[in-house]
Design a protein around this ligand. Structure first.
Ligand code: DGY
Length: 325
């Protein structure tokens, strides 16, 4: 039985192999530029297709739904986080949303572990010093960081990525603690040897390293506000590879400047791609350009998930990664 090809429009450039496969399977219009499709073009595109392939760069909000017309039936997001999409509004309008869970877990956990090490052991400061030709001699008091072996890691959000980070941290000799809406199953808890903290403030006040691995959205907006951040110990480091809006960036910058916290590793920001200028230039802040899942493998796998979701819908079935409000 042959099914009519759905009209699919991409709002962002995807890996070549993914685009080639999409063109074989669907009536696909690519976006050929390296910068994402501008918002007005994106809304116009939504009116003219069955499936819109979006990314974190596309706020899918009330204005979008008021103007997207009635042809669009599916938003296939290239990414696991969907805090930029109003899922309730989509459902009300009869538009299904899918994401790409599971395929970027290890990549994001790798980057988070890397940031923990890079901040604790001052990788970036050391590398920059060498590049500037300023390495004059080894010294017992030079470029001292902090050991991570034997330290306490507090993970905020113990989903797939939090758990993958916990496994890595254990291998590095850290003790793992976590705060989550509810404790993980006994099986996972035993495997990870992780301690659950119901009270986030208390956990923050006892950790050497804190990593944010929770989803974004209204439920976690400024979860780490000025008051919560002040619970961190002065020698603690904070790493965020989840969503920038979870942390009050201004309060964080002030704490770094005042040495109320030892360092941060950030991959995400409150108003991406803009970065609070108060964070720039601080020696104890490693700032990355939202690249935690940026591996060749993850991008291909994410593309494969997007294709699978659209193809399943095209064949008249329920896509595996449908996001439910
Ligand atoms: C994700 O997959 O959520 C990444 O952060 C990019 O959106």
């Amino acid at each position: 039985m042959s099914t009519a090809k759905l009209k699919v429009i991409l709002t962002i450039k995807l890996p070549d192999a993914v685009e080639t496969r999409m063109r074989e399977l669907f009536n696909t219009t690519l976006w050929l530029f390296m910068t994402p499709m501008p918002r007005d073009r994106m809304i116009e595109a939504a009116r003219d297709c069955d499936v819109l392939v979006t990314s974190i760069n596309d706020p899918i909000d009330a204005e979008f739904f008021a103007n997207c017309g009635d042809r669009l039936k599916m938003i296939a997001n290239f990414g696991v986080g969907y805090d930029h999409i109003d899922i309730n509004a989509a459902t009300e309008q009869g538009i299904m949303v899918t994401n790409t869970p599971g395929v970027l877990t290890e990549d994001t956990a790798e980057m988070t572990m890397g940031l923990i090490m890079a901040v604790s052991r001052r990788f970036v400061e050391g590398a920059e010093l060498v590049q500037k030709g300023e390495f004059s001699a080894w010294s017992p008091t030079f470029m001292l960081g902090r050991r991570i072996f034997g330290k306490r890691l507090g993970i905020i959000g113990m989903g797939r990525i939090g758990q993958a980070l916990a496994r890595r941290a254990r291998a590095f000799g850290m003790s793992v603690h976590y705060h989550n809406r509810k404790p993980v199953s006994a099986r996972v808890s035993d495997e990870l040897g992780a301690t659950y903290w119901d009270d986030l403030d208390q956990m923050l006040s006892r950790m050497d390293v804190v990593s944010i691995n929770a989803p974004g959205g209204a439920g976690t907006h400024h979860l780490l506000n000025a008051e919560r951040l002040s619970k961190l110990q002065p020698h603690a480091i904070l790493v965020n590879t989840a969503r920038g809006q979870i942390v009050d960036e201004r309060a964080l910058a002030a704490m770094l400047r005042n040495k109320q916290i030892a360092g941060v590793g950030l991959d995400v920001y409150e108003r991406e791609p803009a970065i609070n200028p108060e964070l720039i230039g601080l020696p104890n802040a490693i700032l990355l350009p939202h690249m935690a899942s940026s591996t060749i493998e993850a991008r291909q796998d994410m593309g494969d998930r997007v294709i699978l979701n659209i193809k399943t819908h095209q064949d008249g079935h329920r896509p595996p990664d449908r996001v439910i409000p």
